[in-house]
Design a protein around this ligand. Sequence first.
Ligand code: NZQ
Ligand code: ZN
Length: 385
Amino acid sequence: MLTFDFYNPTRIVFGKDRLKELNKLIPAEAKVLVLYGGGSVKKFGTLDKVRQALGERKVIEFGGIEPNPRFSTLMQAVEVVKRESIDFLLAVGGGSVMDGTKFITLASAYDGNAEDLLRCGFKPVPLTSALPIGTVVTLPATGSEMNSGGVISHQGGKYPVFSPLAFPQFSLLDPTLTFTLPPTQVANGVIDTFIHTVEQYVTIPAEGRFQDRTAEGILRTLIEIGKKTIDQPTDFDARANLMWCATNALNGLIGAGVPQDWSTHMIGHELTAMFGIDHAKTLAIVQPAVWTVRKEQKRAKLLQYAERVWDITEGEETTRIDQAIEKTRGFFEGLGVPTRLGAYGVTAEKIDDLVAALEKHGMTRLGETGEVTLEVSRRILEAAL
Ligand code: NZQ
Ligand code: ZN
């Protein structure tokens, strides 16, 4: 096992009908900025319940944070935070609203040009204090509710932003608030959670036995409940399991002390930035192609994945690996998510542009060993056609 620090200060408040507890979770004297997206929380009544729970506090709202939140939109909220002397930020939404809110708290505390914060990559941004945030999760997918990162879109790129100050103080996870999600967003949630898990698991062996078994538990749970929670959106337990898997797939637990890949995510980000394809759908396209191209480098963990996640134990090793890749592709397709670039209208001629974008964004040595060069990324994109 590799050396690691594990730190996670986020309180999880999980279960039905707990929104009223916001009153206890946020200081009574706080002036609160409630942030939300394109309006689903208004339409389905969540925002009203949040306002009710906040009682007599001074509350200001900021709506319109778009999927793949944009720097320019978030900077408008930074103006509000400063002008109104806000002292608590409450995100009500999915990954985009949570990520946006994290950026807003950081940018509000930063004295320089906030664009600098987009250039820190996976290093923490240079800040020592920021306003506290809380979240009410309406889409289980990204794990943003219990981690310290966000992804911000700006001028044709998607930029990771990290800071221990961006951990939510609390996240309220009520599975019933997600019952209104359209099937395609639930499928996105299952797939994003699945890929977060394999990015930290299908790498190279590191004797992280707890991490591996936990990752396998998440993956098997997703396979058990994935289709069910799309087809039966109000089945509480299926949705609750998706929600808790999503949180645990990216809160640092399964990634501590083991190698991590993330090439699928980085290549996927370029597909979102260039063609507007949903985050999780880009992952469904890229992940099977990454495994196809890097079968040899990932051989041991792919065999473990085949056996422990898909019960594939018979046949030649290479055949078992191929079967596991096909099972994975079939799982995503079975959730209604196509896994080939062509299905999204992206043709071979676009690969040059995608590789150029990876180069522009410094994504030239990806993967658990840094061996995913631009040339390997090109082969991955070709395998995804
Ligand atoms: O904007 P509204 O009107 O609220 O509608 C949203 C949005 O259109 C809708 N929605 C959310 N909750 C709903 C609902 N509709 C009905 N009922 C509900 N309960 O769903 C749409 C998508 O929302 P979004 O927040 O964009 O989706 P998701 O949670 O998948 O977040 C994607 C973003 O997270 C980033 C991605 O890059 C992308 O920008 N990620 C963040 C990560 C992190 N912070 O750790 C890790 C991930 O790998 C990912 O990169
Ligand atoms: Zn993701």
